[in-house]
Each structure stands twice: as C-alpha cells, then as structure tokens.
Design a protein around this ligand. Sequence first.
Ligand code: F0G
Length: 403
Amino acid sequence: MQLRCFDESCATKLDLHAPALACPKCDGLLEVEVDAPKTSAALLKELWSERRKSRDPRDISGVWRYREFLPDYPANEIVSLGEGNTPLVRGHRSAAWAGVSDLQFKHLGWNPTGCFKDLGMTVGMTEAVHTGATVVACASTGNTAASLAAYAARAGLTGRVYLPAGQVSLNKLAQALDFGAEVVEIEGSFDDALNTLLEKTSEGIYFLNSINPFRIEGQKTTMFELMDQLGWKAPDYLVVPGGNLGNSAAFGKAFAELLRFGFIDKAPRMIVVQAAGANPFAQLWRDNADELSPVEEPETVATAIRIGNPRSWRKSLSGVRKTGGQVLDVTDDEIAEAKAVIGRDGIGCEPASAATLAGLRKLRASNSVPENASVVAILTGHVLKDTNFIIQAHKREEAHAHS
Ligand code: F0G
C-alpha cells in the first residue's frame, strides 16, 4: 500500500507512512491506495464472518475485522475501543413520514464515543502511534474532538482540540474534557479553527482531521460492515449527512474498492444532505459547478455540520457521481421535525443525523426516489450528543401549545 494524490492528473505516489498532509506536488488531497487482496472475495467474506466468533481485539472491532483493506500494523500498536458493530434498525414512523416502505437506519451514534468519528479515529490514532507522534490535534465542531480525546487517552498521547468558541454542544465539549484533551477555543467558525490548526503543522503535531487519509480508511469500513449485514446486496439508496464531506468521501472509496475487487456488483446511489445554511456542496451540485464556492458564515442548528468550506468535496463528489447519486439541502425546521420523528421511533439521533430523513422526505416529495426503493440512512451521532437542542425544542413546543 502507498499514499497517492487523489487528483488523477497528478497521481503523485508517496510512501504509505510519509508525514504528508497534502500532495507535495499539487497540494491536493491524499488517499491510501490499497493493494488487490490476496484471497478471493468469497473466502474473505467467510473469514470476516468467522472473525465475529473470535476474541482477538482486532476481530471484535468492526473496523479492524476488515483489515485486509487497511494498512497493516503490529497487533500491539492498534488503538481500539471496540468500535463498529453498529446495528441496522428499522424506523417505522420515520419510513411513513418520509414516504418510503423500506427504510433502515445504520446507527453510527452507537459507537464508543457516540459518533461515527471513532471508526476513522481508531486507524488515524494507530498511524499516529506507528509514526511515533506524541501530540495529536484536530479542529472540530465537537464530535471529532470527543473521539480524538478518547483515542488519544487510550494511546497515552496528548490530545489537543481546536473548537469554534461557543458553537459546540456542551455534551461534546464535556466528553473532550473528560478524556483529558487540551481545549483551544477559536473565535469564528469551524473553518477558522481548521485554518488556525493548519498553520501549526511545523510544530510536530500529528494532524487528525478528515483530510488525514488514514481516518478515511477507517470510516470506509462502515460500508464493509453494512454490506456484510445486508448479505453483500446493496440497497437502492444510501443517505448521508454532509459537513466536511469526509464520511461520504470514505463511503465512495469503499464502493469503488468493493466493486473493483468483486465483493458487490452494484453500489447504492449515494445521497448527501447538507443543512441549508451550510450548503456549499448542495449549491455546487445545483449549479453543476466545477469548483466549490465556500459559504462565508455558515449557520445551522445542526452545529456538527456548520461548515462553510468542506475540504473533502472532490472525493465526495466523485463518489456521488460514480454511484449515480445526488446532493441536496434541507432547512433547520425540516431537520428539527425529522429529528423528532426519529425520536418517536425510539431511536433518536443528533440534529445533523436527522438531515438524512429530512432529505429523503424531500426527495420523495419530488418523486426523485420511488416509494418502494430500499433505503439505508446513516445516523451519525447519538441522541445525547446535543441535549440542549432537545430541551429548547420542547420548551418552544410547550410555549406554542399554551399561547
Ligand atoms: N454528522 C455528525 C454528527 C458530525 O459530527 C459530522 C461532522 C457530520 C455528520 C458530517 O460528516 O464532516 O464527514 O461530512 N463532524 C465533524 C466534527 C466536522 O468536527 O466533529 P463529514
């Protein structure tokens, strides 16, 4: 395996463990280029099933179980909290509300720190350990910070998180503090926090935002686990919320590899949903533009995806296009309504995750998705990730009922 520039016209190759954040030639995004597996798809599928009975920590992890598609590390270097193994749950009220007959949620909020970030962090932190890092850092809207803090603690490294001041859910901030991270608050948005951190690359900090290709590798395994759960038969549609666009980028990479090496014969159409106040990717899609125009002052109640300048948009766009998917946005009111419906299914999620159901309903209303389509929606964060949002929403509802 090696690192490769994502830009096809550059395609510069680097040693897998080269300490680079971007392509040294064109400054483009890097990705891990996986080798063809030595075993057939059929045998690997069997092996991955067998591993579910094993007590080896690498087999118990829903990420490292699929390690034939990950960089190779000595077992004692792997930093794991038993991530992955999240269920597919049917949401009957949610399906009726959106207007589809076959809807399942893949709830990534049921990971160790309550968010999908753990799936990438286990690989990113393992790479940090492997390369001898002592300080790891990220900018975050909250969830990456909580996850980085937990995995850094696990690995015995110093974790440092750059957060947009006053714009992060207190539940997420509390997690980062509990896990012992150093918290740096930056005036401005997530994008400002990320820019501040990026300026510090000369200070020997190992950088763990989702432009880190190792995090993308871990997040990629979500789709391996999902396809495994579905008997390697893809649903018609996969719906994902989009912020910095690392997760959808990772899913697009997973489908490309699963198709290329004969694990599936069809990928689901990938639908990325943004919040209307932080929607540069949806705008790009609508305008059929070639370049992303950042949103200067992103604003949404779904603070996790309050991002104006998503870094991984090229990778995500490639996945959306190759799978025949699309990108759209939904309003904060639509997100709040969808979130309440998911709650009444007994499932719950944080606001950003509910953008998926709101997006699906919107696509049904315009008949872009047929009623009988099979749909998997990705819920990215746990209901307890933003309790203030819930309390405020219910206070407003009560005030409305009494007025
Ligand atoms: N859902 C949740 C709950 C998130 O925390 C994020 C991103 C997303 C969706 C969007 O994922 O960025 O890969 O497109 N949160 C990041 C953070 C930015 O810092 O926690 P994406």
